[in-house]
Design a protein around this ligand. Structure first.
Ligand code: ADP
Length: 155
């Protein structure tokens, strides 16, 4: 049984995230899409419960996909779940630089863990959760950036 962890903030989940998981489905027996609450990165715009719900709305129909959250180091979560592969998406060289750092640190923390990178589809390279959040702040429609089943109420 080969399991991959797709960790992220998913604040909110986008078509970019959805596409990476769909591409990875044939490669793994199981994919855990999990919200890591360990990051010092930022305060999220949406609550953990809301973000989990949107992940369930997006991936609920896929038997291979499991939704979860964790508040420890990603490598410790992997160890606890016996996961050896971390899945991440790459949009551009900035992503690569950022992701390579994280992957290197994770390998330092646990040499058994390998990070698998998949490239974003061309039409999704400009989609990011932060762009979606920015648009929402200014009352714009974000339908084309988020998965079909996800409904973000207007504030
Ligand atoms: P984090 O807060 O850990 O960066 P994100 O939720 O922003 O998490 O992203 C999770 C993963 O999805 C990252 O590997 C990121 O590079 C990838 N990703 C985000 N947007 C896209 C996209 N449009 N296409 C492909 N991969 C993406």
């Amino acid at each position: 049984m080969i399991t991959a962890l797709f960790p992220g903030s998913f604040d909110p989940v986008t078509k970019g995230h959805e596409s990476i998981v769909k591409k990875a489905l044939p490669m793994f027996d199981k994919i855990i899409v999990a919200i890591g609450e360990n990051t010092m990165k930022k305060n999220s715009m949406f609550s953990l419960e809301q973000r989990l719900q949107w992940l369930k709305d997006t991936f609920g129909n896929y038997d291979k996909v499991l939704i979860d959250s964790y508040s420890c180091l990603t490598t410790d979560y992997c160890k606890a779940k016996n996961v050896k592969y971390i899945l991440r998406g790459l949009r551009d060289t900035a992503d690569f630089q950022y992701e390579k750092n994280i992957a290197d640190v994770n390998t330092m923390l646990d040499s058994e863990i390998e990070t698998v990178f998949l490239l974003a589809d061309k039409q999704e390279t400009n989609i990011s959760s932060s762009v979606v959040r920015e648009m929402l702040l200014f009352g714009k429609d974000v339908k084309e950036f988020i998965p079909k089943g996800v409904i973000i109420p207007h504030k």
